[in-house]
Design a protein around this ligand. Structure first.
Ligand code: URA
Length: 430
């Protein structure tokens, strides 16, 4: 005999009521077991999308999703654990320099990551462009790498929060992804189940982000920080600008190349700035408030950890990265100042070139992507290359160029630069 009836719960939420803790626990368990049908859960997610959930309901939903599967426990490691989660953006390769940088301070970074879907890339796809590198690591080996090297970036097994996996796939096809209670519980159930003691959230806003306006991103950040803290995870968030692509590389192999430049003390200023800000925050939450993170990038300590981290997962950090068979350069049509470069169309272009996937089972082309040669605010001269498209199949260029139609603008000196403001807009601590 089931404790509740799904239809009653759907009606409650449809009529703007709140679900009780017992009702939420039953709903998630019954959906995971297959007793509650996809069409019932679709109606429920739409009711949540339209009518929201209060903080207590969101917490119950998160806890119920954690309880649907396994949890990891790193409390017996000799190091403190700290992790980062980004809500995703165009050119967001920050995990690559960040994880080894933080680990170089003797802290463990157990990063369970995903593959990309749509216009935002996945960290595992980027790392898989390194010859030999493998995303699948057993829990025992993960612990070993954390002790020896400090950072591991690997595929999350299906055992962590399986209710989320099922629910996320359903939301994806029912237009219910962008609901704050559902996003917050989805992200935080996986991060809490992962067993990290500290967590920094990079919550993005702007054209290339999941949530376009800063008010929604702030609300999401506040809900997630509260969820983490309630679960005993030291959690804070940075609200960051995803109006223009991060860095100059959008793709996979090219993003690894750019990350290595940052690890060598160089690289684009925005990637370095965000890496340092997130590292400072992650280390502060792990009990190292005075860590000089810039020094560790500049003196090679972070690079040494990167090389050890890649090697530990079978990769060759000295190997040549794949290069695309074909390139197409787009040049400036006039001289002036680049005043606009919208993140979303550039993300879509990289995806259409083969850097991303349309279906979860599709492969990605590691050498495909976009390399920018100028950023908003830069002076450009007529005929100067603005960006280069790379693909293995030249027939992909036309569709990528279509996505980029109207996505960038050259203006005159003194025109307003449409870059969405500072890269790091706010910090949320509660
Ligand atoms: N990422 C997740 O893991 N879940 C969401 O709901 C949105 C982004």
């Amino acid at each position: 005999m089931e404790a509740f009836d799904a239809v009653d719960l759907i009606r409650t939420k449809r009529d703007k009521g709140a679900l009780s803790t017992d009702e939420i626990n039953w709903l998630i368990d019954a959906y995971t077991r297959g007793y509650v049908a996809d069409e019932q859960m679709s109606a429920m997610t739409m009711a949540i999308f339209l009518n929201g959930m209060d903080r207590r309901e969101i917490k119950d939903l998160t806890m119920a999703m954690i309880a649907s599967g396994d949890t990891m426990d790193f409390s017996s490691l000799s190091k403190k654990t700290t992790d980062k989660h980004s809500t995703g953006g165009v050119g967001d390769k920050i995990t690559l320099p960040l994880a080894p940088l933080v680990a170089s301070f003797g802290v463990a970074v157990p990063q369970l990551s995903g593959r990309g879907l749509g216009h935002t890339g996945g960290t595992l796809d980027k790392l898989e462009s390194i010859p030999g590198w493998r995303a699948n690591v057993s829990p025992a080996r993960m612990r070993e790498i954390l002790e020896q090297v400090g950072a591991v970036v690997c595929a999350a097994g299906s055992g962590l929060a399986p209710a989320d996996g099922k629910l996320y796939a359903l939301r994806d096809i029912t237009g219910t992804v962008e609901a704050i209670p559902l996003i917050a519980s989805s992200i935080m159930s996986k991060k809490i189940a992962e067993g990290t003691a500290a967590l920094v959230l990079d919550v993005k806003f702007g054209s290339g982000a999941f949530l376009k306006n800063i008010e929604h991103s702030r609300e999401l950040a506040q809900v997630m920080v509260q969820l983490g803290q309630d679960a005993g995870v030291a959690t804070s968030a940075l609200i960051t600008n995803m109006h223009v692509p991060l860095g100059l590389a959008i793709g996979n192999a090219n993003e690894v190349r750019e990350s290595v430049e940052v690890l060598a003390g160089g690289g684009p200023a925005d990637i370095r700035e965000l890496t340092l800000a997130l590292a400072t925050e992650m280390l502060a939450l792990a009990g190292f408030p005075d860590a000089d993170v810039a020094a560790a990038l500049d003196d090679g300590r972070a690079m040494d950890t990167w090389r050890a981290m890649v090697t530990a997962q079978g990769g060759d950090p000295s190997a040549e990265l794949p290069v695309a068979r074909e390139t197409h350069v787009v040049a400036a049509e006039r001289s002036g100042v680049l005043v606009q470069q919208q993140a979303l169309p550039f993300g879509i272009a990289a995806w259409r070139l083969g850097a991303g996937r349309a279906r979860a089972e599709d492969p990605v082309q590691h050498a495909a992507g976009v390399d920018l040669h100028a950023k908003p605010g830069d002076t450009v001269t007529k005929g100067q290359p603005l960006f280069t498209l790379s693909a293995d199949e030249p027939e992909r260029f036309a569709r990528a160029l279509e996505a980029l139609d109207g996505a960038y603008l050259i203006g005159d000196p003194g025109d307003t630069i449409d870059d969405g403001g500072p890269l790091i807009a706010e910090k949320i601590t509660q």
